[in-house]
Write a protein that binds this ligand. Structure first.
Ligand SMILES: [Zn+2]
Length: 96
């Protein structure tokens, strides 16, 4: 499996997590009224899940697939490494 494929699956799980989080916040809102605690729980859970993103790096130069120019975080991984132009859809997964 390529590093891009692995990163893409992680991105899909994150999108699903965000969707579940939004539904959870709306549900809590309807049941017990506005709750900033529910909001905090979802943000914390998504933050913890998102740490996995740091494991998806270019096997050639170690640049992270989810970062653009090292600053902006992308919701979707890069197909081509922004630094060394390695085709990440062809590079095999060598992560942890
Ligand atoms: Zn690279």
């Amino acid at each position: 499996m390529s590093v891009y494929e692995r990163a893409r699956r992680h991105a899909l799980k994150m999108l699903l997590g965000v969707a579940i989080g939004v539904v959870f916040i709306i549900a809590v809102d309807l049941w017990i009224g506005h709750s900033s605690i529910a909001f905090a729980i979802v943000i914390f859970a998504l933050f913890m899940a998102n740490i996995g993103i740091l494991g998806f790096n270019c096997p050639n130069c170690r640049k992270n697939l989810f970062f653009y120019r090292g600053v902006l975080m992308l919701p979707w991984p890069n197909k081509i490494c922004g630094r060394c132009k390695t085709d990440l859809t062809k590079e095999p997964w060598k992560g942890k």
